[in-house]
Design a protein around this ligand. Structure first.
Ligand code: AMP
Length: 282
């Protein structure tokens, strides 16, 4: 059977209701398209945990800043649909902008705290856009589970907080970051990189590994962060938004001295015009 592509919340709900009527469970995989193996691994995960996987494809304008890449964000719906069908996805919800944001749209969901540092500071309004669209998708599809990648680690923590705070009846599942052989995290934005930038890009993952190693050896965190920034500059990175070790759930700064708290190293930095993000567990 060909995978249905649904354009309206009404059609999405009708498809899901038909599956629910026969006792099936639903896993949702939100994406902005330009799909790669990382996205498809989330579909595979959804199919392990639910009998039907529904992917969404929506390049959400409200999570892009005025000087960001909304207009040049890579788009290939037909290619994405073929990849999803090949990965065993059961339906694609690909609404137009007016379906998600009807005329007069006035509601914004802001998750304070975890949304504020790191990408929240570097990209004002970004996580309000993310939280609002994800809340809409979760309410529209009412899935049993929804799968998000650890690649966007702060986004994952924001969504977990959103679901707890609004008591949304969905389990959030985290998918591990898929990487190229040289360590670069797969990303739709990697398509922007020139050949030379692509060669330099794995330095980001290596810098995170070096910091994690220092933290695990009980070394000085600030010195490790500073060394990583120096390494990235030498590797050809331009503006570095942050390279930081944070508490793994709240993303608050770690207290001074040794601690047993789970930690995460997160970074965002530009290679030319392309902003790369990555993170790893400590
Ligand atoms: P995006 O299309 O970039 O909004 O990403 C859609 C989903 O795929 C998000 O939950 C991302 O965290 C996830 N994702 C993106 N890149 C990867 C990757 N390399 N490995 C695993 N998940 C990813």
């Amino acid at each position: 059977m060909t995978m249905p592509i649904l354009r309206t919340v009404k059609d999405l709900r009708a498809q899901i209701a038909a599956w629910r009527a026969t006792g099936e469970t639903i896993g949702l995989v939100p994406t902005m398209g330009a799909l790669h193996e990382g996205h498809l691994s989330l579909v595979t995960l959804a199919k392990v945990r639910a009998s039907r996987a529904v992917a969404t494809l929506f390049v959400n304008p409200t999570q892009f800043g005025p000087n960001e890449d909304l207009s040049r964000y890579p788009r290939d719906e037909a290619g994405d649909a073929a990849k999803l069908a090949g990965a065993g996805c059961d339906a694609l919800f690909a609404p137009g902008v007016d379906e998600v944001y009807p005329p007069g749209f006035s509601t914004t969901i802001c998750v304070s705290g975890v949304s504020e540092p790191l990408d929240g500071a570097a990209r004002p309004g970004h996580f309000a856009g993310v939280a609002t669209v994800v809340a809409k998708l979760l309410i529209a599809a009412a899935p049993d589970i929804a799968v998000f990648g650890e690649k966007d680690y702060q986004q994952l923590q924001v969504i977990k907080r959103l679901v707890i705070d609004l008591a949304l009846p969905v389990e959030i599942i985290a998918g591990p970051t898929r990487r190229a052989e040289d360590g670069l995290a797969l990303s739709s934005r990697n398509a922007y990189l020139s050949e030379a930038e692509r060669t330099a890009a794995p330095a980001l993952h290596r810098a995170l590994q070096a910091i994690a190693q220092t933290v695990m050896n009980g070394g000085q965190i600030e010195a490790a962060e500073a060394a990583a920034i120096h390494t990235l500059k030498s590797a050809g990175f331009g503006l570095i938004d942050y390279v930081e070790v944070r508490q793994a759930e709240t993303l608050a700064r770690l207290g001074p001295g040794p601690s047993d708290e789970p930690a995460r190293v997160l970074a965002a930095a530009f290679l030319g015009r392309t902003r790369l993000i990555d993170n790893i567990a400590v």
